[in-house]
Write a protein that binds this ligand. Structure first.
Ligand SMILES: [Zn+2]
Length: 403
């Protein structure tokens, strides 16, 4: 049961003998005489690749005997198999994981903060620091030290020591990172010693860059999200494209982008205030015009109109404006894409029941629905512009004495 990646994390193609065939939750799985495939553990995800040309879909450690189970997409018949590890994914994990060791030690040395959690997935890499808050300076200082260690290109080595020897070694230890064959110590020359069973780069320079992208309070901890190597480059590329797009759109330099956006937001709020005021004036003018064209029915002015393109809310505002004065009944309608809207309103000095009137009108429309009070009622139903006009006409006629 040799975990060959302990001693060599760079072999990505190898020959192996299948020593056991089994299954994991109904999927075929094999145990190899020796393996370079990394099984999920210590915060690092498993390797993918192929065994005998068949895709490896998961790699897990079997509880009990700690055998490495390679879960396959299909059964493999050969006993001697060629194995390939997806190197892009593995090397990415090596960059992120070694970067994590360095960043963790950098926070210890610059702020005295311990790492109490580590998470690595395809999307994010994070460590949780044992502190409820961090200043931006503390983040920058740790980031500077971490990158200095990267650029010094220090050797990274791993060795197994007997558990009783471990007492004498000064090191950080994350839970769940002890190996089965003793204690595995990963040493970043002159900087950090950590008990860890994961895969790491051989020299810190291979990490390229360690960039912290977010520090977020999580209860009494702070979650530090960061990117190493290829992920840092991809992140820089993305953000560069976003910023270049913004500077072009706003025609300002990088350092003026935020100011320009703030100015745009101010301008937008100003414009919205102006628009609201203009709309209110426009509605007043519309109401005055509608009232001028009202038909007279004794002492009552009846405004019965179809107003194409108006929203239900606008109809309601207009009806309210019309009914402000004495002696007005407003019967407004607007055809819509799916349903026509109707708003009936009357002045406070009148007694006609708009709710009853509206319900009678809606009864004539397919799927007509609505209601309200005696002074104001609204609803809707299926009607074309012409049908709506005819309906409002009939309602207006019914308001005439004897109608
Ligand atoms: Zn590690």
């Amino acid at each position: 049961m040799a975990r060959l990646y302990y001693a060599d994390s760079y072999t990505r193609q190898f020959q192996a003998r299948i020593v056991e065939r089994t299954d994991v939750e109904g999927r075929p799985a094999v145990v190899l005489g020796g393996t370079y495939f990394y099984p999920t553990g210590g915060g690092q995800p498993y390797d993918v690749g192929t065994i005998g040309g068949v895709e490896v879909v998961d790699v897990v450690t079997r509880p009990g005997d700690k055998a490495v189970l390679h879960v396959l997409d299909a059964p493999v018949s050969d006993d001697e198999v060629n194995c390939q590890i997806d190197w892009a994914r593995r090397f990415d994990h090596m960059q992120q994981h070694t970067g994590q060791h360095i960043l963790t030690q950098a926070f210890v040395q610059t702020s005295g903060l311990q790492t109490v959690g580590f998470h690595l997935s395809a999307d994010t890499v994070t460590i949780d620091l044992d502190a409820p808050a961090l200043t931006p300076e503390a983040v920058t200082t740790a980031e500077d030290l971490a990158n200095a260690v990267v650029w010094e290109n220090r050797p990274v080595t791993a060795r197994l020591i007997a558990p009783d020897e471990a007492e004498g070694v000064r090191m950080r230890r994350l839970p769940d990172q002890l190996t089965t064959d003793g204690l595995r110590v990963v040493d970043i020359d002159g900087f950090d010693q950590t008990a860890c069973g994961g895969t790491h780069v051989a020299h810190t320079g291979e990490i390229g860059l360690i960039k912290i992208v977010r520090a977020e309070k999580r209860g009494d901890k702070t979650r530090i999200e960061f990117r190493c190597g290829g992920r840092a480059l991809a992140d820089y590329r993305l953000k560069n494209a976003v910023v270049n797009g913004l500077t072009a759109d706003l025609t300002v330099g990088i350092d003026e982008v935020r100011l320009a956006v703030a100015r745009l937001q101010d301008g937008m709020r100003e414009a919205q205030r102006g628009l609201k005021a203009a709309c209110a004036r426009l509605l007043e003018a519309d109401a005055a015009e509608l009232l001028a064209s009202a038909s007279r029915s004794g002492e009552i002015a009846v405004v019965a109109r179809v107003l194409a393109g108006r929203e239900a809310g606008e109809l309601r505002q207009l009806a309210g404006l019309l009914a402000r004065g004495d002696g007005v009944v407003a019967l407004l309608g607007a055809p819509g894409a799916e349903r026509a809207s109707l708003v009936f309103a009357r002045s406070a000095n009148l007694t006609a029941d708009m709710n009853a009137l509206l319900r009678l009108a809606l009864a004539e429309l397919p799927s007509g629905k609505g209601g309200g009070q005696a002074a104001l009622a609204q609803g809707g139903g299926e009607a074309s512009e012409a049908e709506l006009a005819a309906l409002l006409d009939r309602v207006a006629q019914s308001l005439k004495p004897g109608g």
